[in-house]
Design a protein. Structure first.
Length: 176
């Protein structure tokens, strides 16, 4: 387990303090970030929470969500390393890298988790269900005939999050 973690470059080398890019939204789509917003996902991109980070590349990273539906443990979030509030002004190359990584995470999750299917979901603005102001795409393991996932019901156990990060990383290494 630790060998896989050690094999990855130092987080600070890969993502030295990614620049913030606030205020890039179109004039028809207001920003919802409060003044002085301390973005938790930029912090993760910069190296916070390495135990819960399953994968890192130049433009995208993947971490195990802090909350998950009790019926779908191990939910992953695919995120750009640079801060974009939502999908509207996302550059095409970053959008392409996110789509590629979502496909890989879904494939790795289906192969590596005990699940029967995958739901992909991406929320924009409060009316769209967004509550973290850094674009992110949910990749959710699904089981049998369980109802659609409900987010944020349960704070995940940190040890379990770390185990899922290792599990997803190992499974990704088989499909990338
Ligand atoms: Zn951010």
């Amino acid at each position: 387990m630790l060998a896989h973690v050690a094999a990855q470059p130092a987080l600070s080398t890969l993502n030295p303090a990614p620049p913030m890019r606030f205020g890039l939204l179109a004039d028809w789509a207001p920003s919802h970030e409060p003044p002085g917003y301390q973005c938790p996902f930029c912090a993760i991109a910069g190296g916070a929470e390495p135990a819960f980070t399953a994968w890192r590349e130049e433009q995208v990273f993947v971490h195990i969500a802090k909350h998950w539906d009790p019926g779908g443990p191990g939910r992953a979030l695919v995120n750009p390393t640079i801060h974009y509030e939502n999908i509207y002004t996302l550059p095409d190359d970053v959008a392409g890298e996110i789509a590629r990584m979502v496909r890989l995470v879904a494939t790795a999750m289906r192969r590596g988790y005990p699940c029967d299917g995958i739901t992909v979901r991406q929320n924009n603005e409060p009316a769209g269900g967004q509550d973290v102001w850094h674009l992110h795409t949910h990749v959710v393991p699904r089981h049998g005939q369980e109802p659609p996932p409900v987010y944020g019901l349960e704070r995940a156990d940190d040890a379990e999050r770390a185990r899922y990060a290792v599990r997803l990383r190992q499974s990704l290494q088989a499909v990338v």
